[in-house]
Design a protein around this ligand. Structure first.
Ligand code: ZN
Length: 77
């Protein structure tokens, strides 16, 4: 039997626990992020959803994210 270690953020599997911890520390954490703004609203299922959001992470990096899908009650629409 072999013990493997999984990064809790991306799911990568490692034999070395230190490599798994190292992988986890490389991921930017959403809880450290700040929502800078949203744009490009669109009417979807009768509600105005933003199509883009800009987020700044704790290291100062900013990234734009786009609308993908609506999730209600654990399922997608
Ligand atoms: Zn990872």
């Amino acid at each position: 039997m072999k013990t493997l270690f999984k990064c809790s953020y991306c799911g990568a599997i490692y034999e070395d626990p230190n490599k798994a911890l190292e992988c986890e520390t490389r991921h930017l954490k959403i809880e450290d992020a700040e929502l800078l703004g949203v744009s490009g609203y669109s009417n979807i299922l009768g509600e105005e959803f933003p199509l883009e959001a800009r987020i700044r992470f704790s290291d100062g990096t900013e990234a734009d994210y786009g609308f993908s899908r609506i999730v209600k009650n654990g399922g997608s629409t």
